[in-house]
Design a protein around this ligand. Structure first.
Ligand code: MN
Ligand code: MN
Length: 297
């Protein structure tokens, strides 16, 4: 399949799944049911998850997926972010939506959505990433919110979710690189109330992992590592997925061994430092001469 066709197909699947998941997020629903439905829908539509479905509640800004036996449920009055990744032959779409179960926090969702729209409107070949960040920051402020300043959008390439260059969510002097025709970026503003810190810090493990390096292991751990490399390559995966393929105590022990000897990297959850509620919006775009094509619209 041609690159552009695969990017568009991944985007269309991600978009459909994002629209469908909104109806699923209600108080009392298990987070694992949201994760597994999203991943099932992606596969049914002909894609593969580019990363485990993230369901991030309230001050958890990013990087939570359910462990295999998760009993956590959607709380009343919460702010729930669902972040969805799809790949088709390694070509990635990354998109997110926030479901607001507390009317008082609706303005945070509007701020993230509007900031995303204005950030995307600023994109064209030759524009500096910092100019896109400035548009995002301005929209947030106008709507009574502020962006989380140490979370950014990111360049995407084949089988690589975070491919180096970033798009900041603030007017950052550090990000003066220019966007180029044909580059693929995920744009993802995160909003918090004006009085919040607007910074994330590392929290507990996310249950999301990525292959890091080869080490000599034997037995089941060796087979597990081969499976991980064949199935997920350089993309993040869930412990849930691996433990389903290698069930029981032996599977769990082999997974812990791979972690212990450094074959796998464990992502932490990213928590808003002042424990403020966080909303997020995200689309994936392809940069064109005079604008961009949103693949996940
Ligand atoms: Mn995302
Ligand atoms: Mn992203």
């Amino acid at each position: 399949m041609e690159e552009l066709e695969a990017l568009r197909r991944a985007g269309a699947i991600a978009s459909q799944v994002r629209k469908r998941v909104i109806g699923l997020v209600k108080p009392g629903v298990k987070l694992i049911d949201i994760c597994e439905k999203v991943e099932q829908w992606i596969r049914e539509l002909g894609g593969e998850p580019a990363f485990p479905c993230n369901v991030d509640v309230d001050h958890v800004a990013a990087h939570y997926t359910s462990p295999i036996d998760d009993e956590t449920r959607v709380p009343e009055d919460s702010l729930v972010k669902v972040d969805i990744g799809v790949h088709v032959e390694g070509y990635i779409a990354d998109t997110a939506v926030t479901i607001c179960l507390n009317p008082e926090l609706e303005y945070l969702v509007e701020a993230a959505e509007e900031a995303l729209e204005e950030g995307i409107a600023a994109i064209r070949a030759g524009v500096r990433a910092s100019e896109v960040g400035a548009a995002i920051e301005e929209a947030m402020k106008r709507l009574g919110a502020r962006p989380i300043r140490n979370l950014t959008g990111h360049k995407v390439s084949r089988y690589t979710l975070h491919a180096g260059s970033v798009i900041p969510n603030v007017s950052s002097m550090l990000e003066r690189h220019r966007l180029e025709i044909g580059e693929v970026y995920a744009v993802e503003p995160f909003s918090v109330p004006r009085e919040a810190d607007g910074v994330v810090v590392d929290g507990p493990p996310s249950n999301i992992y990525i292959y890091r390096k080869k080490r000599s292991v034997g037995g089941l751990a060796k087979r597990m590592l081969r499976h991980i490399q064949a199935e997920y390559r350089t993309l993040p995966f869930a412990s849930r997925w691996v433990l389903k393929a290698f069930p029981g105590m032996e599977g769990l022990e082999a997974f812990e061994q791979l972690l212990r000897i450094g074959c796998l990297y464990s992502y932490p959850q990213l928590l808003e430092r002042s424990h403020a509620p966080v909303a997020q919006a995200e689309h994936t775009v392809i940069v064109t001469e005079d604008g961009c094509e949103v693949t996940t619209a």
